[in-house]
Each structure stands twice: as C-alpha cells, then as structure tokens.
Write a protein that binds this ligand. Structure first.
Ligand SMILES: CCCCCCCCCCCCCCCC(=O)SCCNC(=O)CCNC(=O)[C@H](O)C(C)(C)COP(=O)(O)OP(=O)(O)OC[C@H]1O[C@@H](n2cnc3c(N)ncnc32)[C@H](O)[C@@H]1OP(=O)(O)O
Length: 219
C-alpha cells in the first residue's frame, strides 16, 4: 500500500499537469477564435489538433465516474466549466470566501463574445450560477440551483478583469436564497449583471437517486 504522502504528492502533480493542459488548451482556443490565417493553415491545424485526442483517451472516464484528479482530502472540481482550471471552456473563475461572501475573479477573452466586444449573456449566467453555488455552500452543504433570475443592466466587457460577488440572504432548512453581481474590478460599485438564486440541498433520497455512489462527493 502506498504512503499517504506519496498519494498526496501524486495528486498534486496530476493537478498541476491538468491545470497546465487546461491553460494550454485555453491559449489554443483563444488563438483559434482570434485567428485570421488562411483556410489551408486552418485545415492543416485541425488535423494536427485531432492527432492529440488518442493519447488523451488512452485512459479516460465516463459519465458517473469522478475524475481522479478531483480526489484527496481537499477535494476540488478540477473540470468545473466555470471555475475548473483543468477545463479549457472555463475562464476559469478563481473563487475565495471572505467573511461568508463568495468572491470570484476572471477575465473573459474573445471565446466568450456575445455582442461585439462584450460577453455572451449565457456566460454571465454561468459565472453567477457558480458564485451563488459557492455562497450556498458556505452554509455547510453543496446544493443545486432550483431558481435563477437575472437582470442584465450593462454589457460585460471582454478582456477586462471582472469581480463576481455572491452572498446568502435567506436560509430555510435545506433551501437558501442568495444574490450575486458582476462588475469590473476597476469599478466594483457599478453593477453590470445581477442575479437572485434559490439553491436546495437534495434530500438523502434525492441525492441517492440522482448521484448513486457519487452522492458522497456532493453532500
Ligand atoms: C469533488 C467535490 C468538490 C466540491 C466543490 C464545491 C463546489 C461548490 C460550488 C458548486 C457550485 C455549483 C453551482 C452550479 C449548480 C448547478 O449547476 S446545479 C444544476 C442545475 N440544477 C439542477 O439540475 C436541479 C434540478 N432540480 C432538481 O433536481 C430538484 O429540484 C431538487 C434539487 C432535487 C430539489 O427537489 P425538491 O426538493 O423536490 O424540490 P422541487 O420540487 O424541485 O422544488 C419545490 C418548489 O418549492 C420551492 N421551495 C420550497 N421550499 C422553499 C424554500 N424554503 N425556499 C425557497 N423555495 C422553496 C422551490 O423553489 C420550488 O418552487 P416551484 O416549483 O413551486 O416554483
């Protein structure tokens, strides 16, 4: 049996590697949506990128299997689509909890463009849903979004450091109601998008039905 220290070292190494791959793929995505090179170059590059798939799928997981890189005593979702550093579709938003308030930071590149030079509204919803989830989790257990209401006040600028803040307003048993906002780091008092969300901790029976063996990861 391996020493716990070795296991932790191995996990830390895998996380660093997953983070590195996520960052490289994010650079690639950013370059792919900004490029103006000719069609022949694009076709050639598509072939080269496809050649990268088999080495990755040589060992892979399917739905219902947790990522091993998430594991360990301090579990974290490395491939979360909003905050997972290993997921190339995540900006990724970095989240910290300060005095019970969830604070996220990220910068959106051209891959997240909706209206020209501004963020796609669905991406704002993603970031707000995630930060509301973190706010809910400060009350002890992870929950699932059951309601999410958004008000888009001003467009969210791309390539600009953003601040996403969420806090719980009301707790009622396994339900919480929380509010969250997106603003720029430079002008935190001007709200660009605001959200109100209701989250629920699934009951034991619901968690078992929805997640089966994975239930322990989400409760
Ligand atoms: C490796 C691990 C590392 C972990 C790392 C941590 C990361 C920590 C951050 C994660 C952050 C993720 C953030 C993204 C979170 C998603 O993306 S979750 C995915 C999206 N959500 C879903 O798929 C949920 C789908 N919904 C469901 O499955 C079910 O609603 C649930 C959640 C199981 C709850 O079921 P239920 O208990 O039967 O409740 P349900 O009948 O659905 O709702 C009852 C009604 O009463 C309302 N209600 C009842 N009581 C209350 C109350 N007290 N207050 C307010 N409303 C109430 C409900 O809103 C609902 O309203 P109406 O329908 O009448 O309008």
């Amino acid at each position: 049996m391996s020493d716990p220290v070795d296991v932790d070292d191995d996990l830390a190494q895998r996380r660093r590697a997953a983070r590195e791959l996520g960052a490289a793929l994010r650079e690639l995505t950013d370059a792919a949506v900004s490029t103006e090179v000719d069609a022949a170059t694009l076709t050639d590059l598509a072939e080269q990128v496809r050649a990268l798939v088999p080495p990755l799928t040589a060992a892979s997981r399917v739905r219902g299997e947790p990522a091993t890189v998430d594991g360990g005593q301090r579990a974290r979702r490395m491939y979360n689509p909003a905050s997972g550093p290993g997921n190339p579709i995540a900006p990724p938003m970095k989240v910290e909890i300060v005095d019970g308030t969830a604070i996220g930071r990220c910068t959106l590149g051209l891959a997240y463009e909706g209206p020209p030079s501004y963020g796609h509204g669905g991406i704002s919803a993603l970031l707000l849903d995630q930060i509301l989830g973190h706010a809910h989790s400060t009350r002890g257990k992870h929950g699932m979004t059951v309601k999410l209401a958004l008000r888009y006040r001003r467009p969210v600028p791309l390539q600009t450091p953003l601040r996403i803040v969420g806090r719980v307003e009301r707790v009622d048993g396994r339900w919480t109601e929380s509010v969250a906002t997106i603003s720029t780091e430079d002008d935190p008092d001007t709200v660009l998008v605001e959200a109100r969300g209701v989250f629920a901790v699934p009951s034991a029976e619901q968690a078992k039905r929805l997640f089966g063996e994975l239930e322990r990861l989400v409760r």
